[in-house]
Design a protein around this ligand. Sequence first.
Ligand code: FPP
Length: 275
Amino acid sequence: MSSIVEPLGAMSAPAPTGGLSDAVSALPLPLGSRPRHIAIVMDGNGRWAQRRGRPRTDGHRMGANAVRTTVEYCLKAQIPHLTLFAFSSENWARPQHEVSALMGLFLKALDREVAQLNRHHVCIDFIGDLDAFSEALRERMRRAVELTRHNRAIKVNVAVNYGGRWDITRACKRLAEQVARGELSPAAITEAQLASELSLADQPPPDLFIRSGGDQRISNFLLWQMAYTELVFCDTLWPDFAAADLDRAIETFIARERRYGRIDAPARQGGQDHE
Ligand code: FPP
């Protein structure tokens, strides 16, 4: 069946099978209960490749297809915020050739996909310590952000050289600088002020966290922002991650009762800002 949204352009490998439009239309997504923000740890690329006797980097290349599927799904399902963990602060410790392959893949993805994403009114942003990347990559990221900054269909945040502890530490430094300048009293610091210095401060916190690949941990992703996020883990390796996996995760999310520390659930909304 053809897709409601035209495919988001060709990545370097054939798209995985799995009828996106079938899966999306099969899932009733009442507006008030769908997640407003999904955050994903895309795990399992290396194992996907190794199981096929291929280099781990092939897994990353195929993983790029699942990124496209996921963005397309969020567009169709009107899930306005998506945050993808593409490269953690810890991933620099991987073998040099794998890190280089990932950098090459990010460059290629930016070159190939950004115009198409822009045509679909996707706003792209990057979170993380971008200073560590090559000038070429930073330039592509800047251009992607600039080109898409006024788009309003959905916002896709790509976390690169990101760590939740780095994010919180940076926010603390920013507050400390305000204190040092005499603009802020330590006693007056509130949770809201600290939150306002974090990545994604302008967006609702994730309602739903999904990790593919079978492991059940957060791995230093959005540590502060996910205080009340519903966690869903799935065994699918990321290159095989398809609309059906998103459907299942969202169904699980919808079936959960979010109590935010209370004994009864507040009136159901896709997301609440917190506590
Ligand atoms: C984790 O799998 C995945 C990564 C460290 C890289 C994620 C990158 C992509 C999906 C490529 C495309 C991304 C964009 C935004 C275009 P792993 O290597 O840890 O897998 P393993 O657990 O099986 O070893």
